[in-house]
Ligand binder design. Sequence first.
Ligand SMILES: [Zn+2]
Length: 235
Amino acid sequence: MSDLERLHELQLTDSALDHMAYRRSHLEERVAFNATQAHTQGTRKALAANVARRAELDRQYAALEASAREIDTKVTRLEGQMRNVVVTREAEAIQREVATLKAERDAADEQGLVLLDESETLSAAAALLEAEIAEAETAEGSAAAVLAVADAALDAEAAGLSERRRELAAGLPGALVSLYESRRPAFKGVAVAKLQGTRCTGCHLDLSRVEIEALWAVPQDELPECPQCARILVR
Ligand SMILES: [Zn+2]
């Protein structure tokens, strides 16, 4: 293998290593795991909202009960007064007040039933949500295990590539490796391309016959470059 061919191999290895992060974040197993995690979180959130709403209903119900007790006390007091009243008009006034209070009491009872009804519906929903969370957590755990396996496979692949990179770099003149590394940033990591037929694999443009002839005419001690993208072009 010539130095340039070896340099191109080094480039391919570096590109594969560069692609690793993308592959890691786009792993099918990671996408699946993220979905299970989002589901668990969403369900937990729904349960928290359910619990908060039931607490609010409990508060409202307690307030209703307190006002019902107040009404009952008033009614008892008024009925006590009734026994001592002799004037008809006064008795009628008390009766009207008692009737109003009893109507209020009925309305409170009715509202209490509405609250209890909603609370019961929410309790049933909460039981379902709890079961769903347990299921979602199990699914998340399985997905995490599958993801760990996929990540480990990528780790092994990355370790292999790094080892290959070390070997390739060790077999090249240090100055050439330094030059290559210094040029990589300007070319989004790809500083070395190959001429495939008439096409540069770096910019994917075709070279003319004259350009290809010029490329072959480059002396051994100089680096051939693509006339379009200026990458080192391996013939
Ligand atoms: Zn090119």
